[in-house]
Write a protein that binds this ligand. Structure first.
Ligand code: NDP
Ligand SMILES: Nc1nc2c(ncn2[C@@H]2O[C@H](COP(=O)(O)O)[C@@H](O)[C@H]2O)c(=O)[nH]1
Ligand code: K
Length: 478
């Protein structure tokens, strides 16, 4: 990446401060762009879901890995639960979404409680392991909550045989004019659900899979306690990337933690952070990090900059740290502050191998929280920061009352925020579609067929607030 007219900026910049200038391109289609990362994680899409309790759970991990990204399970989850989640994610089908299964005598109330947990917004009614009907939200209107689902389900079933290729499945669903169909094995047993969009996506994305062809998932540990023991347990559980995470990554505890993890000879990439300087990057790489997590203060749930005055505008932090990491053969993830596809493209242009997203993905069906509605009926999920009083209280629940009270003083995150679900893009895959479309397009504007070429070719200029404002759409006119 170079700056327009080779003018070096006089101050640090964030995503809103910069823009990319189109370059001559020989890439004739956005579908010709390869978005695979080169950081050893096996991701075919440069997105990492942040290790935040309100964002990253099993459902998110499965869905994002199916489209090529990676989810980092938070450090606050007990190891035995991580083990169970990893096994679950690795048992998921690479094409079909996991169905909500209901017995015919389950109630409409059961269906309505479970359907919001799936972006495809339906449940499959199953008898002896075989689908006998589908219940969508619309089928549940105007009946008592204790009505059995067998009375409201649609019985005209289109099923997709297991070995159908996604393009054929798309045509099958299109011709049958159904939005979704249960997928079945040769004995007619339920394997999952395929929507028309899911079939289309299966032709566009490649799942992030391990050497055995199973979906990949990462997990985080902190820098306190028995770091080696916890890391060994996570590796044994089968995590595909280990993330060592703390607010101030450039500290002795982190270097000790990294050395302890390295001593285990993990056969998976190790990410560590957070830092925002070239020196910090070099230290973490020297201590054993393959990937360095960059970002202090840009996160949506993060109050660090207001509390401490510490941090660094994220675009400059990523640019400097990515150069330092690449010089040592390592990579960086740009962590935090991503609110638009453009932010992802700019972080990749600056040299990040992948981009971490937290809060933006909290407001989707796949995040762990329950869907709630405000007084105007707008759907939302609750999000909170990992250094918020809420998260700290949870993390320290086994410590003495005195220690908990002491730690409770150092709050650097928001404890409760409403992340509204975009009615046009309620699922994380809808947001992934948007990011992937935006970044593929950025690459062709930069004449790049891959993310490496995007970083090499990108020409970035600095803009005023008016320049940024000019780029915003005006859906309501002016
Ligand atoms: N990217 C960002 O900007 C930030 C991210 N976070 C996220 O919050 C989560 C919790 O992280 P964290 O607060 O580090 O908690 P941890 O439980 O990981 O503890 C951090 C350790 O570092 C010590 N420490 C020393 N200086 C600091 C400092 N300035 N800030 C925090 N800890 C310090 C703490 O000791 P003692 O408590 O005795 O001081 C403690 O032992 C992580 O997921 C992290 O990524 C949190 C803040 C900023
Ligand atoms: N200072 C704090 N930073 C936090 C907290 N919880 C998470 N984070 C950081 O934010 C990113 C995600 O950023 P987002 O803009 O996509 O939400 C995450 O990976 C952490 O680095 C917190 O409580 N305080
Ligand atoms: K912030």
């Amino acid at each position: 990446m170079r700056f327009l007219h080779d003018r070096q900026p006089q101050h640090d910049l964030t995503y809103d401060d910069v823009f990319m200038v189109p370059q001559h391109s020989t890439v004739s289609s956005r579908f010709d762009v390869d978005l695979s990362t080169d950081d050893g994680t096996g991701a075919t899409l440069p997105l990492v879901v942040a290790n935040m309790t309100a964002v990253a759970g099993r459902r998110m991990a499965e869905t994002v890995a199916r489209r090529g990204g990676i989810t980092v399970l938070p450090q606050d989850i007990p190891v035995e639960v991580v083990r169970e989640v990893v096994a679950h994610v690795k048992s998921r089908h690479l094409v079909f979404d996991t169905a909500i299964e209901l017995a015919p005598d389950a109630t409409v109330g059961d269906a309505l409680a479970l359907i919001p947990k799936r972006a495809h917004r339906a449940a499959v009614v199953v008898e002896d392991g075989r689908p006998v009907g589908v219940v969508a939200e619309d089928d549940c209107g105007g009946v008592d909550l204790f009505t059995q689902v067998r009375e409201v389900m649609s019985r005209t079933l289109v099923t997709v045989p297991a070995d159908t290729d996604p393009r054929t499945a798309f045509d099958l669903l299109d011709r049958a004019r159904v939005r979704l169909a249960p997928a079945v094995d040769a004995d007619g047993r339920l394997l999952g659900v395929l929507t028309r969009k899911g079939a289309l996506r299966a032709t566009l994305y490649a799942p992030a899979v391990d050497a055995d062809g199973r979906l990949r998932v990462a997990a985080a540990i902190g820098v306190n306690g028995d770091v080696a023991g916890k890391a060994a347990a996570l590796l044994d559980a089968g995590v595909d990337t280990l993330v060592v995470d703390t607010a101030h990554g450039d500290q002795d505890r982190m270097l000790d933690a990294l050395k302890a993890v390295r001593a285990l000879d993990p056969q998976v990439p190790v990410a560590a952070g957070n830092i925002v300087s070239a020196e910090g990057t070099r230290e973490l790489v020297a201590a054993g990090a393959d990937i360095v997590k960059v970002g202090v203060g840009p996160g949506a749930m993060c109050t660090t900059r207001m509390m401490t005055g510490v941090g660094r505008p994220q675009f400059s932090a990523v640019l400097e740290c990515a150069a330092a990491a690449r010089a040592e053969g390592a990579r960086v993830w740009a962590d935090g502050g991503v609110r638009h596809p453009r932010d992802v493209a700019l972080a990749l242009a600056a040299g990040a191998s992948s981009v971490m997203v937290g809060s933006w993905f909290a407001g989707t069906h796949e995040s762990p929280g329950d869907l709630q509605r405000d007084a105007d009926g707008r759907a939302y999920k609750v999000s909170f920061g990992m250094a918020s009083a809420r998260a700290v209280a949870h993390r320290t629940s086994t410590e003495s009352s005195y220690d908990r009270a002491r730690k409770g003083l150092y709050e650097e995150g928001i404890s409760s925020s409403r992340m509204f679900v975009d009615p046009q893009r309620p699922g994380v895959e809808d947001l992934i579609d948007q990011v992937s479309a935006g970044v593929r397009s950025s690459c062709t504007y930069a004449g790049a067929r891959s993310l490496v070429e995007l970083h090499e070719n990108a020409v970035v200029g600095v803009q005023s607030a008016a320049g940024f404002h000019e780029g915003r759409p005006l859906p309501a006119g002016w």
